[in-house]
Design a protein around this ligand. Structure first.
Ligand SMILES: [Zn+2]
Length: 114
């Protein structure tokens, strides 16, 4: 069953509506203020992250490091360092320790599971 979201033009809040089929889509009134000025909004559930968005969020691997960059212990935390560098901020000591530990093979548990 498709779930649609409708954005209210009056109050800006979203109303979720369930439809039995794609053909029966009918705009519901805003459940927050009752306004009929609602418009289809892209559903959060129906928009998986694109590669570009993932890159944007997690940073890009070093060019030339190859597709295994993330698996190479020496590359761990590299983008994080670059991010902090770009922002002109010093990386927190805990983050640095974790990265150092990871590079020397002591992967934190969540990373081991990859
Ligand atoms: Zn509204």
């Amino acid at each position: 069953m498709p779930i649609y979201e409708y954005q209210c033009a009056a109050c800006g809040k979203r109303t979720e509506a369930f439809h039995r089929s794609l053909g029966s889509a009918k705009r519901p009134p805003c459940e927050h203020c009752g306004s009929a000025k609602t418009a289809r909004a892209l559903s959060r559930f129906a928009t998986p992250k694109s590669d570009a968005q993932v890159m944007e969020q997690y940073g890009t691997p070093d060019p030339g490091a190859g597709p295994d960059a993330y698996k190479d212990p020496r590359q761990i935390g590299r983008w994080a360092e670059q991010r902090f560098d770009e922002m002109g901020v010093e990386m927190p000591a805990e983050a640095k320790q974790m990265i150092d530990a990871a590079r020397s093979g002591e992967l934190p548990d969540p990373v081991k599971d990859l």
